[in-house]
Ligand binder design. Structure first.
Ligand code: PLP
Length: 403
């Protein structure tokens, strides 16, 4: 049996919606993007959402919105995908890495120790779709207000460290009975990359949840303009008869999402919230039920009184396995046709960050999580027969490598 790791979920509804865009005569940013933004707002319960061409761009946009740049520090977990750190580097600021907990997410006490007068933002990452300790993080930025030095109008208005969540994995995850994005951080960025829970092939969404005195609609308008070269009219508006006049008012980026891609998300999003999310959870429970009785397995958290995962990744850990043993297990699993993955290689192990001076020894928990981690396939197309094959294959590989 051959089981891919994470094929996109493309059904007839997706194909029809994309065809509709192709046949409409308008393929770049226009009505489908607006529709997708409205769908995200309605489902998550946020006032405004801007779609962009990737979560990475969305994170950069959020950092730029808060005038973060050279000399500023941004706190991120050492255990994440590189894009979290790269977004910070792209705006010229310094990523300050913090170790994680055994649940894979950023440690709040680690954040507390890392905050300095230069800290402008914290970027929590909901690894695998498991929400971070958002209330504790919000309480922390409030308690550290006196350290904050505002250097721009927006920084004066908020007057504290901003929280920008990298929720690339977490659309549909819940924190204290509300979806991640609603009141969890000031700005939440979702990813619609091809392997994520909802996809537009490439894409991201920036959901705003800014407190008073900000007007989220005004900030959305600003961000929309900024994401389109700082141009006063988008191409759709300009294309209307008599609409040719425009101005450039900001040094914007070109990171808008095209309609033909938004169409995929427009078709997927309602299905995701109505039943695909549940299907992902049922796969999670299938895995949990199988692995919880295996002495060698450390199963991931996905549900407690406060949190409910979006079940983006099934991050199994093999108790006490070394990196070499884990790699051997993966090789065995792969021989049997099951594609698995590792999420993630901690940033200090990657050449770029190593050369910048980040040291893996400073993040022991990130390394511990990584060295024994194996991500199993999880997507709605998986059948019972395939799930059975996956767990048996994993069991066989672990038992042959660990003895
Ligand atoms: C996928 C991912 C991103 C980047 O998303 P893109 O839409 O590909 O830019 C950022 N952070 C994490 C944790 C991710 O997994």
């Amino acid at each position: 049996m051959k089981i891919p790791f994470s094929p996109p979920y493309i059904n007839q509804a997706v194909i029809s919606e994309v065809t509709d865009s192709l046949e409409s005569g308008w393929i770049t940013t226009g009505p489908k993007v607006k529709k997708l933004e409205d769908l995200v707002c309605e489902h998550i319960g946020v006032p405004n959402t801007l779609c962009v061409n990737s979560a990475t761009s969305g994170l950069m946009l959020a950092l730029k919105w808060y005038d973060i740049g050279p000399g500023d520090e941004v706190i991120i977990p050492a255990y994440t995908y590189a894009a979290t750190a790269l977004a910070v580097i792209h705006v010229g600021a310094t990523p300050v890495m913090v170790d994680v907990n055994s649940d894979f997410n950023i440690s709040v006490s680690g954040i507390e120790k890392a905050i300095t007068k230069k800290t402008k933002a914290i970027m929590p990452v909901d690894i695998a779709g498991w929400p971070c300790d958002y209330d504790e993080i919000q309480a922390l930025v409030k308690s550290k207000k006196s350290l904050f030095i505002a250097n721009s109008d927006k920084q004066h208005q908020l007057n504290r460290i901003i929280t920008i969540a990298d929720a690339a994995h977490a659309i549909g995850a819940k924190y204290k009975n509300q979806y991640v994005g609603k009141r969890t951080s000031d700005i939440t960025v979702f990813s619609f990359h091809a392997v994520k829970n909802i996809t537009t092939a490439e894409g991201g969404a920036v959901s705003l949840n800014l407190p008073e005195p900000f007007n989220n609609q005004d900030e959305y308008n600003f961000l929309r303009c900024f994401s389109l070269n700082g141009q006063t009219k988008d191409a759709f508006t300009k294309s209307k008869a008599g609409g040719w006049k425009y101005d450039i008012i900001y040094p914007g980026m070109k990171i808008n999402m095209p309609d033909v891609l938004a169409a995929i998300g427009v078709a997927q999003l309602p299905d995701y919230f109505s039943h695909i999310l549940e299907k992902r959870e049922s796969i999670y429970t299938y895995y949990q039920d199988f692995f919880k009785n295996k002495g060698w397995a450390l199963t991931p958290l996905y549900k407690n009184n406060d949190k409910q995962s979006s079940c983006h990744l099934y991050a199994l850990r093999i108790k006490d396995a070394t990196e070499e043993q884990r790699d051997a297990i993966i090789e065995n699993i792969s021989k049997d046709g099951v594609a698995v993955n590792v999420h993630f290689k901690p940033l200090p192990l990657l050449s770029l960050f190593k050369n910048m001076g980040y040291n893996m020894a400073d993040y022991p928990m990130a390394y511990t999580n990584f060295k024994s981690e194996i991500s199993l396939p999880i997507y709605p197309q998986l059948t019972e027969e395939e799930l059975q094959y996956i767990v048996k294959t994993v069991e066989k590989a672990v038992e042959s490598c660990l003895c």
